[in-house]
Design a protein. Structure first.
Length: 189
């Protein structure tokens, strides 16, 4: 006969060290600022009934950064809002703040990245004539290809682009090369 043993996990409040009976009664607290913090925020767990005094003890505060001199590191200061408001010498601090210059430039609305303007190629020039393109083949491009076919095919081949073939009915029709194809002995059907 084997005996089975069970283990029970018990949670304790990090504040009072009292047992937290119900897992649903655990409240996670992240401490973000405290003089004892060394390497950033820490997390503690407390019982749900321990949270009310934390809320009651909450202060209305203002967070400031003091810049003392050009290029100096800012000094972070947190103080009670009532003490801060008194610094305005009887003036309304809310009004002082509304009239103040923004410390940081306002965030710009995210705009879509500008679409680069694609330079339109002039296919009627020796530099671009005969290159494959979606647009209509103009009379000027046809004439450039007809008058300079050997040079254009040499450039197309050098650039790794398909050459214009007089035996290809589509090429002949696109560039108006019927007479050249016939002279070269190709018959288009």
């Amino acid at each position: 006969m084997q005996h089975t043993m069970a283990q029970r996990m018990v949670r304790f409040s990090d504040l009072t060290n009292k047992i937290i009976e119900d897992d649903d009664a655990v409240v996670r607290i992240v401490v973000e600022q405290h003089p004892a913090l060394g390497n950033g925020p820490v997390e503690i767990e407390v019982a749900e009934d321990e949270v009310e005094p934390i809320r009651k003890g909450a202060l209305s505060v203002v967070s400031l950064k003091l810049y003392q001199g050009e290029g100096s590191e800012p000094e972070a200061v947190t103080m009670e809002i009532e003490a801060f408001n008194k610094l305005a010498g009887g003036r309304d601090m809310a009004d002082v703040i509304r009239r103040a210059e923004p410390a940081y430039p306002p965030r710009k609305q995210a705009r879509p990245a500008p679409v680069p303007v694609i330079e339109k190629l002039d296919y009627s020039t020796l530099e671009h004539a005969g290159k494959p393109h979606r647009g209509k083949t103009t009379e000027a491009e046809k004439e450039t290809v007809r008058n300079n076919l050997p040079a254009i095919n040499e450039r197309l081949k050098r650039d790794g682009i398909r050459t214009i073939d007089l035996d290809n009915a589509e090429h002949v029709a696109r560039y108006g090369l019927e007479a050249l194809a016939q002279e070269a002995g190709y018959s288009q059907q």
